[in-house]
Design a protein around this ligand. Structure first.
Ligand code: NAD
Length: 424
């Protein structure tokens, strides 16, 4: 295992700036090359490295030039949704491991190309799905693995985030989301909850998604926000956005479970990923942070009713904290992004680059989760017809090579990989 790694960084807008700082705080990371197609953003990347790491990286406007370097072990890519897959493919073909920010695929073929590039080069591609490393998602994963929910039957989740300003002002802010909402209609951002759901369901390892259907509501939210905030004369005031305000997708698994995903970013609402886990012994629901476990939660005997408990206030989160979070909290959470999960997902990638193999979210996971976007667009376009989900493992899901165990593992909770002191 290497002690230090050299990583190139591509895409330095809002997200990239934050992730670059987090990356520089990971143990043994050097970033000698930064890139954005906008010069001011590329130069901002240089400044971030100088201020946070004390050296000056080389600056690129063309990522293909950056990929020609032979001193890079890996690439972190925080560009727009429609560029992730091609940059990932080019990075692997240039001999570098790659991590890409989250987003959905535009086309099923680019998912297959990522898989082929990884298989042919031996380089890995990891989707930086930070929600897999969120504290409550990890504690819930721990509880699932301990059997507290029984056999899992149904799961739900979504990206429910009022982004009307960020989307509508996409041109003024040079931001990538606007054009997607103008021209596409489907589950544009599936992975924040699909990542943790897939790991609970063992997708690509003993289970797989077989088909989906998607339905989109009418699109009204962006129009109303634009008229109210930019006025009737603004050139997008009468634009007919394609993306429905609420897109609902239902996915069926080979082992019989169902998954419901919601994409909901253009109506006023507080943020929620609406996580729900439901099994033969109980249920958890993020909205309200409530949980009910048969035989464990208090019952109201008088009225024969099941009673919700609080996931946080009734102590579940502390009792079932994942060892990684116990360790992380004990270290003192030093990196701020999204409560710590950004630091953890980057640390997982860095650890895999140091070891040189098998990240906890691999190219099969990346392709499967990203593919939901273009498949859902097809289903919506065909009046919610069912669409098959490809098996990117080409049959290996029934008998895969063993996963790499470790502190960042997302297939099981590897408590034995932590020292006694780390778990205190
Ligand atoms: N995981 C999370 O919690 C989280 C949070 C926010 C954003 N994101 C994701 O991070 C990504 C970036 O988000 P953002 O808000 O910064 O988006 P953005 O559109 O503001 O920035 C994307 C950047 O990529 C650059 N870029 C695009 N194509 C390029 C190319 N070919 N070469 C070099 N640079 C290129 C653009 O110039 C821009 O600076 C998106 O996928 C977004 O969904 C994830």
């Amino acid at each position: 295992m290497k002690n230090s790694v050299n990583l190139g960084f591509i895409g330095i807008s809002g997200r990239g700036s934050g992730m670059l700082k987090e990356l520089l705080s990971c143990d043994g990371v050097k970033v000698p090359a930064v890139c954005d197609k906008y010069e001011d953003r590329a130069l901002n990347g240089k400044k971030i490295v100088e201020e946070n790491a004390g050296y000056t990286p080389d600056v690129y406007l063309d990522y293909k030039e950056l990929l020609k370097r032979d001193d890079l072990d890996g690439i972190v890519c925080c560009t727009t949704w429609i560029t992730h897959a091609r940059i990932a493919i080019d990075s692997m073909r240039a001999g570098k491991h790659v991590a890409i920010e989250v987003g959905g695929a535009s086309d099923i073929e680019e998912c297959w190309e990522m898989v082929r590039a990884s298989e042919e080069t031996g380089k890995f591609c990891m989707l930086l799905e930070n929600c897999c490393y969120n504290r409550s998602e990890m504690a819930l994963f721990n509880m699932v693995k301990q059997g507290l929910f029984g056999e899992i039957v149904h799961m739900q989740g979504g990206y429910q985030h009022d982004l009307r300003d960020e989307i509508s002002l996409g041109r003024e802010n040079r931001h990538g989301r606007l054009y997607n909402f103008q021209m596409r209609n489907g589950e544009l951002y599936p992975t924040h909850q699909l990542g943790p759901i897939s790991k609970v369901l063992g997708i690509n390892r003993g289970n797989r998604y077989i088909s989906l259907v998607s339905m989109a509501s009418k699109a009204r939210g962006l129009h109303e926000w634009i008229v109210n905030n930019k006025g009737e004369d603004y050139d997008l005031a009468n634009y007919k956005f394609n993306e429905g305000d609420v897109v609902t997708t239902m996915i069926k698994c080979a082992n019989g479970e169902t998954v419901v995903l919601n994409h909901d970013c253009s109506l006023p609402r507080p943020y929620s990923r609406g996580y729900r886990i439901q099994g033969t012994k109980g249920i958890y629901m993020e909205d309200g942070e409530t949980i009910y476990l048969e035989g464990i939660s208090k019952e109201n005997k008088e009225h024969w009713t099941h009673t919700w408990e609080e996931f946080y206030d009734d102590g579940y989160i502390d009792k079932y904290d994942h060892p990684l979070w116990k360790k992380y909290r004990q270290d003192g959470i030093h990196a701020g992004g999204h409560g710590g999960m950004d630091f953890l997902v980057l640390s997982a990638f860095v650890e895999s680059v140091k070891v040189g193999s098998q990240p906890p979210i691999d190219v099969y996971d990346t392709a499967t989760w990203m593919a939901i976007t273009c498949l859902s667009e097809q289903s919506v376009a065909m009046g919610s017809l069912p669409v098959p989900v490809p098996d990117f493992t080409k049959g290996m899901w029934i008998d895969r090579e063993p996963y790499r165990r470790g502190q960042f593992c997302l297939e099981e909770v590897c408590t034995d990989c932590f020292s006694k002191e780390e778990l205190e």
